[in-house]
Design a protein around this ligand. Sequence first.
Ligand code: ACO
Ligand code: LMR
Length: 621
Amino acid sequence: MTLFNRETQAIFWNNNPKAIQRMLDYDYLCGRDTPSISAIVQPSKPSSFQKFFMGAKEVLIPLYTSTQEAVEKHPDTAVLLNFASFRSAYDVTKEALKFPSLKTLMITAEGIPERFARELALEAKNQGKVVIGPASVGAITPGGFKTGNVGGTISNILNAKLHRPGSCGVVTKSGGLFNELANIISLRTDGMAEGLAIGGDRFPGSSYIDHLLRMENNPAIKYMIVLGEVGGLAEYEIVEAVTKGLIKKPVIAWCIGTVANHFNQSIQFGHAGASAKKDIETAEAKNKAMRKAGIHVPKTFNHLPEVIEAIYKDLHAEGIIQETSEEEVPNIPEDYKTAQKTGKVRKATNFICTISDDRGEEAVYAGYPISSLATPETGFSIGDVLTLLWFKKRFPRWAVEFIETVIKTVADHGPAVSGAHNSRVTARAGKDLVSSLVTGLLTIGPKFGGAIDGAAKYFKNALSKEQDPKEFVEEMKKTNTPIPGIGHRVKSIRNPDLRVSCLKRFAYDSFPSTSLLDYALRVEQITTAKKENLILNVDGVIGVLMVDMWRNLNYSEDDINEFIDVGVLNAFFVIGRSIGFVGHILDEKRLNMPLYRHQTDDILYDIKKAENIIPEHLNDF
Ligand code: ACO
Ligand code: LMR
């Protein structure tokens, strides 16, 4: 005869994480072993799981796309909490009534057409099922189970002693007044054994009398409290049941809306059903009738607490209500975000970011909102974006233009160079664009495209020591170290690399000074005298000119050394050459060339039979 118990589980229709978490917090407070929600129905999402907390521990609640699936997977679940909007609440309830395992259905939506609500109520009654609502906040069996948001916050629930069973049964229409009443009851008595708000519509799925008759048969409930409302005749059903002796337990009742008498015309209160169409429907008339039937009706609402206390004390004195002991309740851990907002906890961050911020209305690059630099009229070019994000500075025009010239210069050098070749081979093996691009990028290193950092480092170091270029070349030779930025497979004095000439020209025209370039060219004179392909190559000229650029921009030697150490110079090649690699990959994809296999006549096969190094006496092992 009790509506719910500590084993009751519900299917929650429409994912409402806040309400679900409140139910699970309540479960934890009551010391339940299983979550009171067995499943969530969310038609817009594929079946999966969602994480919630039971105390400090996380639990997974399954999510289904249909009620049918949820019912099939959870045949022991007897309650459906219908949190669908008023547009779909009728269909959801109608479908749920088909499933024999679902015995209690609660509907929160307001505004379901009255004819539909009556149909649902009738069908439920015929099947012996209970519908709570529409327009209801639900019900609670303290210490066992509660639906959605009934009782309010956890602190409210604790204050109103709704976390453990008391001895009265409560039926109201309004959820707000239910909370108010729970507060009054907790201040004057041992609390509630069961309570529900049936909802404010004119035709609720179940009425006061349905629940009072059930409570009459529930031994845990010793007396009942009803908060009626102006409008309708449902309170007369209580009068009849009490008069006929169907209800013997003490009933305390008050019908809200007596103020309506002070108006000249009929008043519509907040609830759809709260309006008296005839005299008999007024709160005054209903209070009078209930009083006459022996129901405990206070003089005014203000006297209700006294009446409740008096009945409770009588039942207590008669030994019908036993003393309850207050057990300690577990602490519900506060959500980290809430605690942080109120300054209760602090947290060390795992990352530091000094270049961009996406937390505001618009992301910013080193303090500049994207909209202030993205479009042409802002005057910002791609080089400006690069200097903001890489160096957190705006460089003068000549420096930005130099950076852009570098990027354009290294964007591609044909399909034969190692990186482009690798990207093309990978694309022909059926790999996607990113994989093919990465293959090309991984080729960039000390010999191919990635000698810029090294060039900057060695030339800068030598010049700082005021080392004679000849001495520098000899020292590198002694340690057998190829000078980064010197040498090329095809370019030479006789076949000069025009990219290098172009960058040199740019620097002479625009840089205030080019001391490291001048030094590198003195080194080149010595290396090319040995071998004509040992020119200052494109990596080399970029490396030394970047150092000259930073010096001209008054960067300290420490700053420049840090740039070299972190590898930002090679990044200019990475950025530029990515443009070319993507081009090669797109080219391969469009041409739809078959898988590449290298020609065997292009490989010198030199295979000898492997020498057996295992001693004969060990051959058997
Ligand atoms: N410094 C000093 N001597 C060199 C250098 C160098 N950077 N490069 C080649 N040599 C010498 C070799 O020691 C060798 O000398 P030897 O004939 O006395 O034995 C001779 O030149 C030929 O060497 P190889 O390695 O066969 O030269 P190759 O022309 O094949 O190499 C390469 C070209 C790989 C670019 C080479 O010059 C090198 O390693 N340079 C340094 C790295 C570099 O700057 N790479 C970037 C190139 S540009 C780009 O990829 C975008
Ligand atoms: C390039 O820019 O890729 C070339 O300088 C390298 C090469 O091998 O030609």
